[in-house]
Design a binder for this molecule. Structure first.
Ligand code: ZN
Length: 85
């Protein structure tokens, strides 16, 4: 618990990475794509609104790997369907 979150109701904002066909959004920091549990966390496409440290780190790495001035590509629209599911 921190002073900033006395009621434990401040949710973590992940950076949205993938969206599945049910509207579930996977975070950049998830090793395997899965929908974020929106009861405990949220997602955003605004990099300055991301509060997840892992996502922020990955965003920085992703930026460092890209040539400066390039447009950020849109997140992939749909996840690959899972085998058997
Ligand atoms: Zn995250």
């Amino acid at each position: 618990m921190t002073k900033d979150d006395p009621y434990h109701d401040r949710k973590l904002y992940h950076f949205a990475d993938r969206i599945n066909d049910r509207g579930g959004v996977s975070a950049l920091c998830f090793k395997l794509p899965r929908a974020i549990n929106l009861r405990i966390a949220l997602w955003t496409l605004r990099e300055d609104a991301v509060t997840c440290l892992q996502c922020r780190k990955l965003l920085r790495q992703r930026k460092a790997a890209e040539p400066a001035g390039s447009l950020t590509p849109a997140p992939p629209a749909l996840d690959k369907p899972h085998p058997g599911g």
